[in-house]
Design a protein around this ligand. Structure first.
Ligand SMILES: [Mn+2]
Length: 433
């Protein structure tokens, strides 16, 4: 029997070959590699198929790809959030997911990197549930640094047509260097993100609500879940959607306390999980009521303690219809512990009502929280953009959303920049009155 196919897996001399419709387990004396494609001549022996002859033909890859791609059907009903933005994301995103599934089925190496918070974790989990076993990394921070890129290139460079998928980060300018490295190594790159950008990142596929007339309110994990659900019936994914929305405090729909608690638990775990392939761990925690309950108690306690002591580290300034809050984070939060400085700033921010700008600062971090109402005066992104312009050597990196964003600063400059942010806000308030 002759088949046109691709080797998608191997274990010593036993190969898995697909022709796009069926897979064959084949024994071969030849030393072949994953990704090799062409015509295989098979004979059936007492122990299964044996490869008698193999002729490499590169064009077979595209043929098999097309067969698999065209055979993928989506099975879906309505998205949780149904509007023009999600309609557009769906239209553009479904084909990208088809490409990912097909690539995975053809034996390509796929690495998923996700932001280390609830939203990012949800996106990573959805991808894992779609594809099964994948190489996954929790990305420390929201930037794809050259260090991470080199790490990934070294892991992937000898594998068959590798692909990197970044979830919930990768859009801001600071990612350029890392993304350029990936590109130069010939690694196909896909970003699913909802962070805003100045310049659209140059990657092979880019899925973002900002490309569809939306904004950060449509979190990356949520988008990933909905797109993945087009292709799989896994019953955990619908629940993950709302955890993502809760994690990034989206107010597009009403969210339950259970969603909010689970999001906080993922944020908690993310602070401490520094090992590779964390997704299986998160998955098992989310399905274990006992662990959920005990971690839930711990996070409640820690956030409660933060809220209680925050008043000692807070300075407030009242304007007409706006409260400006300065929060000293280094004393409030322990390094490398939950909640992170930015999550602590978020928790304190929640204690205020609708018109508030909070500036949380530590030795080398400034994090901003701006309520929806106050974003009419100025957004967190505008502030960071202006600080980067004024202190290019003081702001090491910075970015985020309109209502929540952070800057890493050279410690020499942090206090100066905080003063400058206050001045800028005062100026804007004056201008508005
Ligand atoms: Mn996010």
């Amino acid at each position: 029997m002759n088949i046109e196919g691709i080797i998608i897996d191997k274990n010593k001399k036993v190969y898995t070959i697909t022709n796009g419709k069926e897979t064959f387990t084949v024994y071969s004396e030849n030393n072949l590699d994953i990704g090799q494609c062409g015509q295989f001549t098979l004979t059936m022996g007492p122990h299964g198929y044996k490869c008698q002859d193999f002729v490499q033909r590169d064009e077979v890859y595209d043929k098999v790809y097309k067969k698999v791609y065209d055979s993928l059907e989506y099975n879906r009903k309505e998205w949780l959030i149904k509007d023009d933005v999600t309609e557009c994301i769906k239209r553009k995103g479904v084909d990208v997911i088809k490409h990912i599934i097909t690539s995975h089925k053809l034996g390509r190496k796929i690495m998923v990197r996700f932001h280390n918070d609830a939203d990012g974790i949800v996106g990573g989990l959805a991808m894992k549930m779609l594809l099964g076993k994948i190489l996954n990394f929790q990305n420390r921070g929201a930037i794809y640094t050259p260090m991470f890129a080199i790490n990934d290139i070294s892991l992937l460079h000898n594998t068959f047509k590798p692909m990197v998928i970044l979830i919930d980060f990768g859009s801001a300018d600071e990612n350029k260097e890392g993304l350029t490295l990936l590109k130069s190594a010939g690694i196909e790159t896909i970003i699913i993100d909802h962070h805003p950008y100045d310049e659209k990142p140059e990657v092979d596929y880019y899925i973002s609500p900002w490309e569809c007339g939306g904004d950060s309110q449509y979190p990356a994990g949520y988008i990933t879940c909905e797109l993945v659900m087009e292709f799989t019936d896994n019953d955990m994914i619908p629940k993950l959607r709302t955890i993502s929305l809760a994690g990034d405090k989206s107010n597009l729909i009403h969210l339950s306390d259970d969603d909010k608690n689970k999001a906080i638990i993922l944020d908690y775990l993310a602070v401490y999980s520094r090992f590779p392939n964390t997704l299986s761990f998160y998955e098992s925690v989310l399905t274990d009521e006992n662990i959920l309950r005990s971690i839930g108690m711990m996070t409640d306690e820690k956030i409660g303690a933060i809220k209680k002591t925050a008043k000692h580290y807070v300075k407030e300034k009242k304007f007409d219809g706006l409260t400006l809050v300065l929060l000293h984070l280094d004393k409030l939060v322990k390094r490398q512990e939950f909640p992170s400085k930015s999550k602590a700033a978020g928790a304190v921010f929640e204690m205020y009502d609708d018109s508030v700008i909070l500036i949380g600062y530590g030795k080398k971090l400034i994090t901003l929280r701006i309520s929806h109402n106050a974003q009419k005066i100025i957004t967190a992104r505008e502030i960071i953009k202006e600080m980067k312009r004024l202190y290019p050597e003081g702001v090491i990196s910075g970015g985020g959303h309109d209502g929540a964003a952070s800057m890493r600063c050279d410690p020499v400059f942090t206090d100066i920049i905080v003063d400058e942010v206050v001045k800028l806000i005062e100026m804007k308030v004056d201008g508005n009155n």
